[in-house]
Write a protein that binds this ligand. Structure first.
Ligand code: ADP
Length: 666
């Protein structure tokens, strides 16, 4: 193949433009990205070589070399990993494969400044080389291909790149950066070592650099460092999770997290344990501070990195955690799984089942810990003690935080649970439906807004502690927005009696709550479903008055039912309303009108729910029904449509509604 020119995929060109124009404030990250790619390439080789040892050729020791040439102004990162074939170079270094990055690109606004901020939050991988280089040459040969089938890829990072065939003895990849004028600092061994130890110490392969020596200049010329031709490792080269906790600093844990998650923010918490027992493994689990943009995408892959005895097996091993914990990042290193384990095998393995259970419990107790810290700081409710955790033998129990945290740290810790919940609370709720074994623990971690708190800070335990004497249920309402929930007519009697109601406005609430029928022995009851039964909260006199009113209203009720037979499943008198004339409720086990509406909006089939109209027999508008024969039908329909409007719905025939109201107004 002679030299061929290819155009970058449009998104790449856009990304490159951004990289070169906006990332110069944090130049050094390119080295982290390129070393991380080199390390991945070595992991891939090791994995493929499990079935084909010949791929090692005559170089079984995997390593990364970093070298610079002051005169040529180049910096070269070389690995002896899997390498790239010509086609792979064209495919991988000219397009963007990662869905997260693609998603990110689609969110760019075109506003240079805002986009620059966004991109700083992303691992831009290989293309970050263009932060410091105005030309990048990649020379590579894929392991297993003959020496004459190497490839040279080169580009100045604008519209296109060139690819040609070269001969290359050694398998693996060299990335040669031709440094920009303002990137001189990376032609310095000391600086490079500093950056490598900051970002890449945890890389389990040796990263080698040439040893340098001070050489005095001749005559009056100053001396300089010169290479000796002897290579030495500049990182620790032991997998971070395999080290003892005391040998890993907080900063190293954070850097490791950033490198595996492509997140720019430090994690909220982590937990590092060696688990011994019937199955042996090391777990290093992180709770991120921010949800990735594609958390809700169908093709979002959660999961942990799986290693078997330090050998990388796969990314995004979803079998290692349930889907409702898909936001957790980290590493599992198993001592028991076979090296050739596949995704399919993972699903069935008993060891994996044990790892999954142990890791789930570990994550839940990390969350309980964060929640406890938040509770301790507000002292709103007695802190719950985390349930015993079932994981056998945890080597020294440090959850990422030194015990002697100072006051500032404590207040920072206090905000962490709220931060977590704002980002991942909706995902966690899926666990109610997904993980029956841990349902109670998950329920304790939930937080809601309520009629006493706009912020989602009320736990079910807080709620229970505040229940009125004689109150038999935990009351809640679901709505599209907090305002709609708060102003919902169904709440009137609860407000009047000072009974707290949880306000649920999250899309998943209704579905999730259908799995949580009770908490700690107390049933959960939607105030928009079924007839209200305030039980002992209603006194005898009230009950009697209500019954009498209902009796007196009966004839009107029958007429109402007839008028609204196409719209309402039933019409009945209620005591739940104080100021409003009417409201809609659904039958005890029916789907709420709100959920049905949501499904419809999402283009999905929703069962036709005919709600029940409940009327307040004391309300002047309702009383008018008894007197105003002529307008009965109009009034009845207005009553129904207004109840629908009040909960955020739309009358089926808005024009008819307007006509009726206007007729009454004149
Ligand atoms: P990412 O590594 O996040 O997938 P990059 O843009 O950094 O994205 O790299 C794109 C692809 O190029 C990689 O997925 C890999 O297939 C290939 N690649 C990059 N660097 C190397 C390397 N040193 N050796 C082999 N392949 C590489």
């Amino acid at each position: 193949m002679s030299k061929n020119t290819h155009s970058f995929q449009a998104e790449v060109a856009q990304l490159l433009h951004l990289v070169t124009h906006s990332l110069y404030s944090n130049k050094e990250i390119f080295l982290r990205e390129l070393i991380s790619n080199a390390s991945d390439a070595c992991d891939k080789l090791r994995f493929e070589a499990l079935d084909n040892a010949a791929l090692y050729e005559d170089a079984p020791n995997l390593e990364v070399r970093v070298a610079f040439d002051k005169k040529a102004r180049t910096l070269t990162i070389t690995d002896n990993g899997i390498g790239l074939s010509q086609q792979e170079a064209i495919d991988h270094l000219g397009t963007i494969a990662k869905s997260g990055t693609r998603e990110f690109m689609s969110r760019l606004s075109g506003d240079q400044k805002a986009d620059a901020q966004l991109i700083g939050q992303f691992g831009v991988g290989f293309y970050s080389g263009f932060i410091v280089a105005d030309r990048i040459v990649v020379e590579s040969r894929r392991a297993g291909l003959p020496a004459d089938q190497g490839v040279r890829w080169s580009s100045t990072g604008t519209g296109d790149f060139e690819v040609e065939t070269i001969a290359r003895d050694k398998r693996g990849t060299s990335v040669i950066l031709h440094l920009r004028e303002d990137a001189d600092e990376f032609l310095n061994g000391w600086k490079l070592k500093q950056v490598i130890s900051k970002y890449s110490d945890h890389i389990s392969l040796p990263i080698l650099m040439e040893k340098e020596e001070w050489k005095e200049g001749e005559d009056d010329k100053g001396g300089e460092m010169v290479a000796t031709g002897e290579w030495e490792p500049v990182n620790k080269a032991s997998a971070l999770w395999a080290r003892a906790k005391k040998d890993v600093s907080e900063e190293q844990y954070v850097e490791f997290y950033k490198s595996i998650s492509h997140d720019y923010e430090a994690p909220l918490a982590w937990s590092h344990n060696r688990v011994e027992g019937s199955t042996e493994y090391t777990q290093l689990l992180y709770i991120p501070a921010k949800a990735p943009m594609d958390l809700w995408n169908r093709d979002h892959k959660g999961g942990l990195k799986l290693y078997v005895k330090r050998v990388f097996i796969m990314d995004e091993a979803e079998a290692l955690l349930p889907s409702y914990l898909r936001f957790v990042k980290g590493v599992i290193d198993s001592a028991d799984l076979p090296l050739n384990v596949s995704r399919e095998l993972l699903q069935e393995s008993r060891d994996v089942k044990a790892i999954r259970e142990g890791s789930t419990k570990r994550v839940l107790s990390m969350l309980e810990d964060l929640a406890k810290k938040a509770a301790a700081s507000t002292a709103a409710a007695p802190a719950e003690s985390p349930a015993a955790d079932g994981v056998t033998d945890v080597v020294d129990k440090k959850e990422g935080e030194p015990a002697d945290a100072d006051a500032a740290k404590a207040s920072e810790d206090a905000g962490k649970y709220a931060k977590f919940y704002a980002e991942f609370g909706s995902v966690l709720k899926e666990g109610l439906g997904e993980d029956f074994a841990n349902r109670d623990r998950i329920a304790k971690l939930l937080r809601f807004a309520s009629t006493t708190s706009d912020a989602a800070t009320v736990s079910l335990a807080d709620y229970k502690a505040r229940m009125k004497d004689g109150q038999e249920a935990i009351y809640y309402i679901t709505a599209d927005t907090l305002a709609a929930a708060k102003n919902s007519p169904q709440l009137e009697v609860f407000k009047k009696k000072g009974i707290e109601v949880l306000l649920m406005t999250d899309r998943v609430d209704e579905w999730a709550l259908s799995y949580l029928t009770e908490f700690d022995g107390t049933p959960l009851q939607s105030v928009a479903k079924g007839a209200v039964d305030l039980g002992q909260l209603q006194d005898e006199a009230e009950k009697k008055a209500a019954e009498e009113a209902a009796e007196a209203f009966k004839p009107v009720l029958e007429k109402l039912k007839a008028s609204l037979k196409d719209k309402a499943e039933d019409v009945r008198v209620t005591t739940r309303l104080v100021d409003s004339p009417a409201c809609l409720v659904v039958q005890e086990h029916g789907m709420s009108t709100q959920l049905a509406r949501m499904l419809k909006q999402a283009g999905q089939k929703a069962p036709e729910v005919k709600p029940v109209l409940e009327v307040n027999a004391e309300h002047p508008l309702v009383k008018k029904l008894e007197r105003d024969e002529a307008h009965f039908d109009d009034l009845a329909n207005i009553l129904f449509d207004q109840a629908l409007l009040a909960e955020g719905g739309l009358p089926e025939d808005p024009a008819a509604y307007v006509r009726r109201v206007n007729a009454l107004l004149v």
